[in-house]
Design a protein around this ligand. Structure first.
Ligand SMILES: [Zn+2]
Length: 422
């Protein structure tokens, strides 16, 4: 038996299995339940998050003769034919390779005829933004006066390229990226069902690498199955995907705190010798300071995508920096990352950047400046009150002196007078 890739084998067949797009799938299920089918839908969002999958499920549900809670049954003739790509009523068209006005004319010709069975003829046009302007114009005419049996489901990663005249005639659904947790739990489910041992941290790393795309995560998952010898460990994933451990960045921040350039450059050297690319290290550094800033700003790690162990570390680390300094570190890290693109000596540029971070003078918060001013004021009050006291003492003493001088003058006069009398 040939091996079926995970993304295909585990492609959701009903709305309830589509992960992370509940708002959209619920609306579509409701429209099926209420039999309110529009003539055109447009599904948009980044790649690999379930647009085409949802379009197929919706196409099945529209013509399914045995709807179950808004989901297609996957057993009736229509459902089975669509699943086997044999349906005469559902057409999947790749907009990238069928983008000419002639391609659209063919579609227009075909839509004139009612479906051979079922209620609707459904055209799923993937990557619809690739159509030429004249193709869009031809499409627009059909959208303006669609036959009652026609449904278009467009999918695109680039909604801004779709003419407004087309958009205004479509029901629009914006798909969101999958979260790390959603991807981890889906991969965990698949690995258990497939009896593939995989470490939780390894799942996590795969999810992170796939950047919110469920399909990408499953492609990476397949690669890891091929590379590993039965057991997928986080070590295997890190090595094969070139994922740098967060520990590296935490150690680097320790060097910043301790102003230890030597140790920072030694660590960097070790990472480079181990085969890590400067660009990946640089991007990791930007993300690290971003995580630090987010944690510091909202006093929580809920927006930081990492394991619980590292979340704890971020919560500890923010105690050692002011928010202002984290902003400045992030700014420098971003500048380093941008400048790498134009540098012929990326390693030297990155080393210079690390030195810049370590040499940066930490800022003093306004609160602490105000406190210092307050302290100085208190001290000066004390000094001035001391001066006043000393002045008083001096005055008293000089008064006493005057007095004693007067007395002595008086005595001298008296003595002189006595002597004269003698
Ligand atoms: Zn069915």
């Amino acid at each position: 038996m040939s091996y079926i890739v995970t993304a295909r084998k585990w492609r959701p067949q009903i709305f309830d299995d589509v992960v992370g797009q509940e708002n959209i799938t619920t609306t579509l299920k409701n429209s099926i339940a209420q039999n309110k089918i529009a003539h055109a839908y447009i599904l948009t969002g980044t790649r690999g998050i379930g647009k085409t999958t949802t379009a197929r499920i919706f196409a099945k549900a529209i013509n399914c003769s045995n709807i179950e809670n808004g989901n297609p049954c996957n057993k009736c003739r229509e459902c089975v034919e669509i699943n086997e790509n044999k349906s005469l009523n559902v057409f999947e068209i790749d907009g990238a390779s069928n983008n000419s006005v002639n391609d659209i004319r063919e579609i227009k010709e075909s839509v004139r005829y009612a479906p051979s069975s079922g209620k609707y003829k459904i055209y799923i046009i993937d990557e619809v933004h690739m159509l030429s302007i004249s193709a869009f114009n031809a499409l627009l005419k059909t959208l303006e006066e669609p036959p009652t049996h026609l449904v278009f489901i467009f999918a695109t990663t680039e909604i801004h390229k779709i003419p407004a005249t087309i958009l205004s005639r479509c029901q629009r659904f914006d798909f969101r990226k999958n979260t790390i947790d959603e991807i981890v739990s889906r991969l965990e489910f698949i690995s258990k069902a497939e009896n593939i041992p995989i470490e939780k941290d390894a799942l996590y790393l795969i999810a992170k690498k796939s950047d919110g795309s469920m399909r990408d995560s499953q492609v990476i998952f397949d690669q890891m199955i091929a590379i590993s010898n039965g057991n997928i460990t986080s070590e295997i994933v890190k090595k094969s995907l070139g994922i740098i451990e967060l520990d590296f960045f935490f150690q680097l921040t320790d060097c910043i705190i301790n102003k230890d350039i030597k140790s920072a450059l030694t660590q960097l050297n070790t990472a480079i010798i181990s085969g890590y690319n400067i660009n990946i290290l640089s991007q990791g550094l930007v993300e690290h300071f971003r995580n630090l800033l987010i944690t510091s700003t909202i006093h929580s790690t809920e927006l930081v995508e990492t394991t619980n162990e590292y979340k704890e570390k971020y919560l500890e680390l923010i105690k050692k920096f002011s928010e202002n300094d984290i902003v400045r570190y992030l700014k420098i890290a971003t500048e380093i990352d941008n400048s790498l693109k134009f540098s012929s000596l990326p390693r030297f540029r990155f080393e210079l950047g690390i030195a810049q971070l370590i040499k940066m003078e930490t800022s003093i918060s306004i609160e602490s400046i105000l406190q210092k001013i307050e302290d100085i004021k208190k001290n000066s009050d004390l000094i001035s009150s001391n001066i006043e006291t000393q002045e008083k003492i001096f005055n008293i003493e000089s008064d006493k002196k005057k007095e004693s001088n007067n007395i002595s003058d008086f005595l001298i006069k008296e003595l002189k007078a006595v002597e004269i009398e003698k």
